[in-house]
Design a binder for this molecule. Structure first.
Ligand SMILES: [Fe+2]
Length: 159
């Protein structure tokens, strides 16, 4: 079955938006997995608040994964959220194995959020002409992830 779902976009618009959505699906799945890995492995004085904040991030990333994947389907593009694809194509920074100090977890999550948002901003630019509806979704995702980026930084910051 090659193309059972038709698109209202022309082929070039569909290609640009589809590639941007697929890349977003991959980044967000990885972000979900990173946040869960951190949720289980964080230790330190701020264990509880970091542990709970990580699950907030999991829910956000998981919900947006679904939004991006289903926007892809709506424009006739088959999303690929397989582990193999995520491992190969994710643009997130990643997360170390084993127990992790709370302060290090915070730094790592800030870094991962920054990487994902940077890539989203490139896609906001890329989809502006091709598909403003997809662009609108990217803007919504970037806004929420930037809010979390602030909140994660604030956990560590001192003045
Ligand atoms: Fe849990």
């Amino acid at each position: 079955m090659s193309t059972p779902i038709t698109s209202t976009l022309d082929p070039e618009q569909q290609r640009v938006a589809g590639e941007a959505l697929q890349a977003t699906v991959v980044d967000l799945i990885d972000l979900t997995l990173i946040a869960k890995q951190a949720h289980w492995n964080v230790v330190g004085r701020n264990f509880r608040s970091v542990h709970l904040a990580l699950d907030e991030l999991v829910v956000v990333a998981r919900d947006f994964t679904d939004d991006a994947a289903e926007r892809a389907t709506a424009i006739g593009v088959s999303p690929d959220g397989r582990a193999q694809t995520v491992a190969k194509e994710s643009g997130a920074v990643g997360f170390g194995a084993g127990w992790q100090q709370d302060t290090h977890v915070i730094e790592s999550i800030v870094g991962n959020l920054a990487a994902v948002v940077t890539r989203l901003r490139e896609r906001i630019e890329a989809t502006e002409k091709a598909d403003p509806v997809t662009q609108d979704l990217f803007i919504e995702i970037a806004a929420r992830l930037e809010q979390l980026h602030w909140m994660w930084q604030a956990q560590l910051a001192g003045v």
